[in-house]
Design a protein around this ligand. Structure first.
Ligand SMILES: [Zn+2]
Length: 318
């Protein structure tokens, strides 16, 4: 059933959103929380085909960068960031105090990254966005579970919104590249593949997909675009014109972004150390090559690289 939010209710929620974070942030946090709680491990791949990826990720210091980026979070237990082979399963998980992204999942992302050219992004820039997004999604699970953060609905959706919200906190050009670099996952092409695959599937399998703890890929796609459009409808105007975000959803996206920003500021921000956060946000994190019109000097960009694109395989659910 479609539901609209009355204007008066929106105004009321917006007013509460302005007031609540201060009072809740002032509450005493549980004892024993510490910053700098992330370790990392590049697990030697069992599959020799993953060795170049393992070497490249180590050379780029991917996990060290995430460790630093996540250092302001106050947590009760240590969490290990891992890159690991998963015996052919393309997935990413948070389990047993470890955020694990499989080499197979990175390979799957690399097979999909050329599609980001639809949004004007290079393959390399899209890979940066995709890898950042998957680690932030899994960090969302870790934060919700280890800090016992309350939420309505499915944890998978909450982890998606956690990641999208953080992507939107970077500078405008970086936020645009991070959001668009991930946005083709679940887009119209994927929807068509999903629907045609669905027709071939048994009824029980279809029901499993709909009843899954994760939203459907196309729903995750529109949720992310709606968050971006709600955060900045000018920067992300093409969420509607290119991305196909329907007007009926787009008009609620400002409210949707604000409710998620309110949730983050109220429930999660109190667990972030201010001094470390300022240090983290002052650092330049990405060396993107795709220009963002009107916000940057195009002379700073380099040529579009070509990426090898292995055959796509369906990933497991992260
Ligand atoms: Zn998940």
């Amino acid at each position: 059933m479609a539901m609209t939010v009355p204007t008066a209710a929106r105004a009321c929620i917006a007013a509460v959103a302005l007031l609540l974070p201060i009072s809740l942030a002032a509450q005493k946090l549980p004892a024993g929380l510490k910053t700098n709680m992330f370790d990392y491990e590049y697990v030697e791949p069992k599959n020799p085909a993953h060795r170049p990826l393992y070497e490249a990720m180590k050379e780029k210091r991917v996990l060290e960068n995430f460790q630093e980026f996540l250092s302001p979070l106050r947590l009760p237990i240590r969490i290990t960031l891992k890159l690991e082979g998963c015996d052919g399963v393309a997935n990413a998980t948070f389990w047993n105090s470890a955020i694990k992204v499989c080499y197979e999942y990175i390979e799957y992302l690399r097979s999909q990254a050329p599609k980001a050219q639809k949004w004007g992004l290079t393959v390399r820039d899209s890979m940066i966005a995709l890898v950042v997004d998957v680690f932030l999604h899994e960090t969302g699970h870790a934060v919700l579970e280890d800090l016992d953060i309350p939420f309505f609905g499915r944890e998978e959706d909450a982890a998606d919104y956690f990641a999208s919200y953080l992507l939107l906190q970077f500078s405008k050009p970086d936020a645009r590249r991070l959001i668009l670099g991930t946005s083709f996952l679940g887009d119209i092409d994927s929807m068509e593949r999903q629907m045609s695959a669905g027709e071939r599937e048994m009824q029980a399998t279809k029901m499993q997909r709909v009843a899954d703890p994760h939203s459907l890929p196309s729903q995750r796609y529109f949720n992310r675009l709606c968050m971006a459009y709600g955060a900045d409808p000018i920067l992300f105007a093409d969420a509607v014109s290119v991305g196909g975000l329907p007007e009926i959803r787009a008009k609620h996206c400002r409210y949707e972004y604000q409710t998620n920003a309110h949730a983050f500021k109220t429930l999660i921000a109190p667990y972030i150390d201010d001094d470390l956060q300022q240090k983290v946000m002052a650092r330049k994190w990405f060396e993107f090559e795709t220009p963002v019109e009107g916000l940057e000097n195009p002379a700073n960009t380099s040529a579009v690289p070509t990426g090898d694109a292995p055959a796509a395989t369906e990933p497991a659910k992260r």
